[in-house]
Design a protein around this ligand. Structure first.
Ligand SMILES: Nc1ncnc2c1ncn2[C@@H]1O[C@H](COP(=O)(O)OP(=O)(O)OP(=O)(O)O)[C@@H](O)[C@H]1O
Ligand SMILES: [Mg+2]
Length: 154
């Protein structure tokens, strides 16, 4: 299962994130891939807005992780770009992500390759002139089921 969508502006990325938030279930792990500035954090912000979180969504570039305690589950947002040693991942959230109760959104997963849990969904963002292209690919049976109900904007 795979879907592909053109995101004309930041509002479209936020709306796509809100759409992805609708069928989220605890335990899903997302890898968010794409160059610096591709829109990964913007997508996370859209997902959190869709989940009713109206507070600040800041990029966890230096802290590696940001935790959001939502009514239905905890959401962990990781940005591993500045991680120097994959062992830092163990301190940053390995236990929480692996216990299956949270939703995990991981920017720059390749920085901890081999240490992370397998993804359910891989999201790739690409700069296309002034806009963005997004691709969502299922990487597990749960991820495929999730995308079938969530990728309705494409
Ligand atoms: N569909 C879009 N069209 C044009 N600009 C967009 C779109 N989506 C997001 N942006 C813009 O892209 C910029 C960078 O976004 P963002 O910080 O989310 O990138 P990122 O992938 O998280 O980068 P990093 O790897 O540095 O964390 C922001 O200014 C945002 O407004
Ligand atoms: Mg980011």
């Amino acid at each position: 299962m795979r879907c592909h969508c053109h995101l004309a502006d930041e509002a479209a990325t936020l709306a796509f994130g809100a759409q992805l938030a609708r069928e989220l279930i605890p335990g899903l792990t997302f890898y968010l891939e794409g160059d610096l500035g591709a829109g990964k954090t913007t997508l996370v912000r859209g997902m959190l807005r869709g989940l009713g979180y109206n507070g600040r969504v800041k990029s966890p570039t230096y802290t590696l992780t940001e935790t959001y305690s939502l009514p239905a589950f905890e959401l962990y947002h990781f940005d591993l770009y500045r991680m120097h040693d994959p062992r830092e991942w163990m301190d940053a959230g390995f236990r929480e992500v692996s216990d299956g109760h949270a939703v995990s959104l991981i920017e720059w997963p390749d920085k901890a390759a081999g240490w992370l849990p397998q993804p359910d969904v891989i999201i790739r963002l690409r700069v296309a002139d002034e806009a963005r292209e997004i691709e969502c690919e299922a990487a597990s049976a749960r991820g495929a089921h999730y995308l079938e109900t969530s990728c309705t904007l494409c």
